[in-house]
Design a protein around this ligand. Structure first.
Ligand code: ACO
Length: 354
């Protein structure tokens, strides 16, 4: 028995911040951001959007897409590094809001690898017989932890949520995985204060220690290596070669990282999903959002072999190899919450960096 994805949904805030908007906030240019990252715009939560509200919308859409009700759900997993509150977990709030009265619920923090960690945990729960239906949500409001005075990080991130429903499957589904951690890299990408080490104080707020801090160059090098290695291990465990792959869905941190990984794995553009150009880095939400868009664009078919890879703070990484089993009907994207007005380009055009 394995586990497979039977429903999917996404939600992003209405508000779009282009690179031109960021030019008015920090000393940067559209040309710098596009050439270093490929990002052209991102969605930013307004006062009404939170990690809970975005995650709830994505979860509701995923359940509807699966044709299931909240009563069917046995476990709610929310991958997030920007929870609604430190306590209780955002998963508890979503479990209650959807009315999943017989479900357990917990949050999972593996930063940008959180959603793929969640998929593997969902698979294991189903495989062990502990759950029949698992809701895995990646939801983030990165704009609430980004330092909007730091040009080296604030241009990278955006807000959003994506969710999938998982159930058991005799054929297909998750065929391989690779989960990893290298905590020695913790200081490379972190939010220093707000936990046990440095609880909130006047000083931590004054020194901006509740905001994300990153060594971009070191994280870049780690990201390329970890993504290639995790994808290779997950494919090997599934018994696949890179040439067997129909679609590669990497964490959408940066187009240069995605290009470098695709080159190493010798994957052509048409087999790589890219939407960082319109959403930026939405951390644990980026892979489920990219998956929803790929399905809506008709790029996923029954029997396709997909590899999803997340990487990020921790340092942590997680890859899963999935044989897609669900019937798919491409939509115009509006049903998934992508919004009909998003000005965007094709993935291959987005990948052509200047
Ligand atoms: N606009 C203009 N100039 C800038 C900006 C900006 N927004 N940001 C930095 N610069 C300047 C720097 O000050 C520096 O100037 P200097 O040479 O005068 O000192 C110059 O640009 C080069 O800076 P670098 O940091 O060396 O630029 P680099 O080419 O490495 O690109 C980037 C930076 C885009 C952050 C890159 O390192 C990267 O993509 N790293 C990976 C980041 C990432 O993906 N993180 C997320 C992981 S997922 C998670 O868990 C959250």
């Amino acid at each position: 028995m394995s586990a497979t994805i039977v429903g999917w949904g996404m939600a992003v805030p209405e508000q779009i911040w282009t690179n031109a908007h960021l030019e008015s906030m920090v000393d940067t240019t559209d040309a710098w951001i596009v050439s270093r990252t490929g990002i052209r715009q991102r969605r930013i939560a307004d006062d009404g959007d939170t990690t809970f509200s975005l995650g709830l919308d994505a979860a509701t859409r995923a359940l509807a897409q699966a044709g299931l009700s909240a009563a069917d759900v046995d476990m709610v997993i929310v991958a997030t590094l920007t929870p609604e509150t430190p306590m209780p977990a955002t998963a508890n709030l979503i479990q209650d809001a959807i009315g999943a009265r017989s479900a357990g619920a917990f949050d999972l923090n593996a930063a940008c690898a959180g959603f793929t960690y969640g998929l593997e945990i969902g698979r294991a729960l189903i495989d062990a017989g502990s759950a029949q239906t698992v809701l895995v949500i990646g939801s983030e409001t990165m704009s609430r932890v980004v330092d909007w005075t730091d040009r080296s990080t604030c241009v990278l991130f955006g807000d959003g949520a994506g969710a999938v429903v998982m159930q058991g499957s005799a054929t297909g589904g998750i065929r391989g995985n690779s989960l990893g951690s290298d905590g020695s890299g913790a200081p490379l990408l972190h939010i220093p204060a707000g936990g046990s080490k440095l609880p909130a104080s006047m000083e931590t707020v004054r020194d901006r220690l509740h905001l994300l801090s990153m060594n971009g160059r070191a994280v870049y090098k780690f990201a390329v290596k970890a993504t290639v290695r995790a994808a290779a291990v997950a494919m090997a465990r599934a018994g696949w070669q890179p040439t067997d792959l129909d679609l590669f869905i990497p964490h959408q941190a940066n187009l240069r990282i995605i290009d470098a990984v695709a080159n190493e794995l010798r994957l052509p553009d048409e087999r790589v999903i890219v939407n960082a150009d319109v959403y930026g880095n939405t951390s644990s939400a980026s892979i489920p959002i990219a998956l929803c868009e790929a399905v809506d664009q008709g790029r996923v078919n029954q029997g396709d072999r997909l590899v999803l890879v997340g990487f990020g703070a921790g340092l942590s990484w997680a890859a899963v190899a999935v044989e897609w089993t669900a019937p798919v009907t491409p939509s115009d994207g509006s049903a998934s919450g992508a919004g009909a007005t998003v000005p965007r380009q094709s993935a291959s055009a987005a990948r052509r960096l200047p």
